[in-house]
Ligand binder design. Structure first.
Ligand code: ATP
Ligand code: MG
Length: 287
């Protein structure tokens, strides 16, 4: 592992690749020679990308071939390698669930006792069953797990679900959600100092991008007698900017509000007499 450059493993092609490349782009990092090669130097950061199957990323990071990687939390938990989860990234969200044929009268996880369960996540399933003191036959399968009950090969499955469409079309219903997953940034637990600093810098950029995505810039007009009430509703990062309008007795207020309580704040602002409310996206939010 070179020290003056951060080696980051990302999925070569699949459900994580677009989100990974797009996140890097928002961090000002672009890829020079595309994804057709195994490796690529990035522009805008001392970064080298390695393109791999997501299954291989935990091992490459544990072995130090890459200092860090981006992949689904589900795959990190399944592979049980010695890697640290540095940051949740908020894309490629899905869940790992137990599903059974839709006409089964499922009353609880005891149903799984002594049943055959097909899965491509045998390790996570094993822990789940052990935690509940259940004994079942785990059938590890690498793909098309959803068809196994219909073929008479399994009584239940344990698989990735996102919309539930695949389950439905195979006559299955989701009965237990075991793990909620999303893309995560992982890293080797012990990194050389230089590499650790580069990882911190990358993390700083990722956090600025995430904060921006979670916040909106708001501009509004308020009459002077309502100013105090309205200011208390939009405290902003430090406090809102207040500027007088050309019309006497009116002010323009600028602030930042979080996406989470967006509608509640907007409703309260309107009730308090705010007018001409404009809400605009923020590209980066630093510190
Ligand atoms: P690879 O060839 O790299 O091994 P793969 O076939 O194992 O790819 P993908 O189907 O591309 O994997 O899924 C990669 C990851 O994306 C999954 O491990 C999971 O974290 C997430 N994921 C899977 N299915 C979905 C989905 N339907 N919606 C959102 N995220 C998903
Ligand atoms: Mg894979």
């Amino acid at each position: 592992m070179k020290n003056d450059i951060l080696t980051l493993a990302i999925q070569k092609s699949g459900r994580l690749s677009e989100g990974s490349v797009s996140l890097l782009k928002k961090c000002g990092i672009s890829i020079q020679n595309g994804r057709s090669h195994l490796k690529a130097r990035a522009n805008g950061f001392p970064l080298e990308l390695i393109f791999l199957r997501d299954d291989d990323i935990p091992q490459y990071v544990e072995d130090g071939v890459a200092a860090a990687g981006i992949l689904g939390l589900n795959e990190v938990m399944e592979k049980k390698r010695n890697v640290s989860i540095v940051k949740k990234l908020g894309f490629s969200r899905c869940r790992l669930s137990v599903a059974v044929p839709k006409d089964v009268d499922y009353t609880g996880s005891e149903f799984l006792s002594n049943k055959r369960i097909a899965t491509s996540y045998p390790e996570i399933l094993k822990s789940y069953l052990e935690d509940r003191g259940l004994n079942a036959e785990i059938h590890p399968i690498s793909g098309s797990v959803e068809v196994t009950p219909g073929l008479g090969l399994a009584d239940a499955i344990f698989e990735i679900v996102s919309s539930g469409g695949t389950l439905l079309s195979n006559g299955l219903k989701e009965v237990e959600t075991v793990l909620k997953s999303e893309a995560v940034l992982i890293a080797r637990p012990e990194l050389p100092e230089e590499t650790g600093k580069l990882l911190e810098q990358l993390l700083f950029r990722i956090e600025a991008v995430q904060r921006a995505a979670n916040n909106k810039y708001i501009l509004l007009n308020a009459p002077s007698e309502k100013l105090d009430d309205i200011v208390s509703l939009i405290p902003g990062i430090k406090s809102p900017t207040i500027m007088p309008l050309a019309e006497k007795g009116w002010y323009s207020l600028h602030s930042v509000i979080s996406e989470q309580d967006f509608w509640e704040v907007i409703d309260n602002l309107r009730e308090s007499g705010a007018e001409g409310i404009l809400v605009v996206p923020i590209e980066k939010m630093v510190g």
